[in-house]
Design a protein around this ligand. Structure first.
Ligand SMILES: Nc1ncnc2c1ncn2[C@@H]1O[C@H](COP(=O)(O)OP(=O)(O)OP(=O)(O)O)[C@@H](O)[C@H]1O
Ligand SMILES: [Mg+2]
Length: 492
């Protein structure tokens, strides 16, 4: 309700209509007139009046219909029903008119005073209702709401606004915005935005504010307010406290950054440890070959052919070391493994060849149960060799450390459902119970010289190939490691 002096009079009797209009105009109201209910409703649709005075008994659309329609579409427009028949008990009576939604019912004839009084009372009631509603919205809004005048002073604030700034409304109202926010924020952010709004723009922004209660982050919107005239008189402020939200997302961002840092460091650590672990074997082999090469050359006469073979072995192991480093780097950086068709049996035999010396030195009897005609698996041959090598070296180390029980190593490969199963079993002491559940974690070792990387690398490789690696015991003594690798139609 912006203007209260615009009244629509709906009355079919021309003399009555003119008389009513005259009375109301004389009292300072602006009056529009309609001669029946449908013309009246059309007038309401083209511009809503502040109040409607309607006759009840009219040919065509009756006053009862007008009241019901207004009640449905414009419940905020008060209606005064007038009728010459209320007191005769014919048609709609006064109580029914009120029940339909009329603010007042006046029986004809009535005096000018009675009409003006009815208009005032109905209008006041409507204003009160509208004001009550506005106040309710203002008071119970869950955001901070305030009205700021052209002089940058607060005119009104709601309870949330009081809470946000930790100050009662009595103190804030009349205060200059700069006194509440601090001159800095006012000059830098608030004033420019308020000025834009006072020029008619709708403005939104978000900003950190510091008060005695601490720092908080507000999302603010400024809307131009025209109170009574067309002139822009004030700014409606709606502010929402997003401090917790912002702090939570900052904390999340920091946690993510910290995690990324940890991951990078861990990745580098794992990479270094993995390379150190995997390169050890070819390096040891190269040193041994270099030693024999020197011996063949020192022999009288020098055994040139054998020296040459030693050199070839050195070259081969050097090449292998560099391949291993490449694969480890790819693995740690989580690149997918190469996809070649790998013959499992050949791969295992290669590794056995690499470890034959070590087995002989440690008195280990090797049994091979390698099934014929195994389907090839898609994968990286060098990486799969590393897995088998790590399992064999662990088994050899476990048995070498244990007493004089027969040292028996069984390496098997067989076809399993959807793939190939490889197993390495030994007759050593078995897996120590205290580390059984973290065996495959990096740096988990029970050995004085161990790095604890072998099983962790092996599991990463097997899983990158879509397979599984697990440990079990090998009764009565020893450990059993098994891995499955999928075969099937996967293309490289
Ligand atoms: N065949 C086995 N028998 C008994 N325990 C084993 C066997 N294989 C592995 N383990 C246990 O698992 C642990 C982890 O093995 P892993 O290969 O990951 O590291 P490591 O052998 O200790 O050190 P490295 O990094 O030098 O290989 C070993 O320290 C050992 O306690
Ligand atoms: Mg190991």
């Amino acid at each position: 309700m912006t203007t209260t002096n615009d009244i629509l009079v709906i009355e079919d009797d021309e003399i009555m209509r003119e008389a009513l209009a005259e009375w109301l105009e004389a009292a300072g109201y602006v009056v529009r007139k309609a001669a029946d209910g449908s013309a009246g409703l059309a007038a309401v649709r083209s511009a809503a009046p502040a109040l409607v005075v309607t006759d009840i008994h009219m040919p065509g659309t009756s006053g009862a219909v007008v009241i019901a329609e207004l009640q449905r579409h414009h419940p905020d427009i008060p209606v005064i029903a007038i009728s010459g028949l209320f007191q005769f008990g014919r048609g709609l009576d006064a109580d029914s008119a009120v029940a339909l939604g009329a603010a007042r019912a006046l029986a004809k004839p009535f005096t000018r005073r009675e009409l003006l009084q009815a208009v005032t009372v109905a209008d006041l009631a409507a204003r009160k209702r509208a004001e009550y509603l506005t106040r309710q919205v203002f008071e119970s809004a869950s955001d901070g709401v305030a009205v700021i005048g052209r002089d940058y002073r607060y005119q009104r604030v709601n309870p949330v606004y009081e809470r946000n700034w930790g100050m009662p409304a009595e103190r804030i109202v009349g205060m200059h915005v700069a006194d509440l926010s601090g001159t800095d924020v006012f000059e830098r952010t608030l004033k420019p935005n308020l000025d834009r709004c006072l020029a008619g723009e709708h403005v939104t922004f978000a900003e950190w504010f510091t008060t005695e209660l601490g720092r908080f982050y507000l999302s603010v919107s400024y809307s131009p307010l025209r109170l009574d005239s067309e002139r822009l008189e004030a700014v409606l402020v709606i502010s929402r406290d997003l401090t917790e939200h912002v702090l939570a997302s900052e904390a999340l961002r920091e946690a993510q950054a910290a995690l990324a840092r940890v991951n990078r460091v861990t990745t580098l650590g794992v990479l270094a440890a993995s390379i150190a672990h995997e390169v050890n074997q070819p390096l040891t082999a190269m040193v041994a070959s270099a030693g024999s090469c020197a011996r063949w050359l020192a022999a009288r006469p020098p055994e040139l052919e054998k020296a040459q073979r030693s050199l070839e072995r050195i070259a081969r192991d050097g090449k292998r070391a560099s391949e291993v480093i490449d694969r480890i780097r790819a693995l740690v950086m989580r690149q997918p493994p190469r996809r070649d068709l790998v013959d499992v049996k050949e791969t295992i035999l290669d590794v056995i060849a690499l470890t034959r010396d070590q087995m002989r030195r440690n008195d280990i009897a090797l049994e091979k149960t390698l099934a014929e005609g195994l389907p090839p698996v898609w994968g990286d041959r060098v990486q799969l060799q590393q897995v088998v090598l790590n399992l064999i070296v662990n088994a050899v180390e476990a048995m070498s450390a244990s007493g004089d029980r027969p040292r028996q190593l069984v390496i098997g490969a067989s076809e399993a459902e959807g793939g190939v199963c490889i197993e390495v079993r030994d007759s050593g002491p078995g897996i120590a119970p205290e580390i059984a559940d973290k065996l495959f974690e990096p740096f988990c070792t029970s050995k004085p010289q161990g790095i604890g990387m072998g099983l962790s690398i092996s599991r990463s490789i097997v899983e990158a190939h879509g397979g599984r690696l697990w440990a079990a015991s090998n009764p009565p003594h020893g450990a059993l490691f098994q891995l499955s690798l999928p075969t099937g139609e996967r293309e490289p």
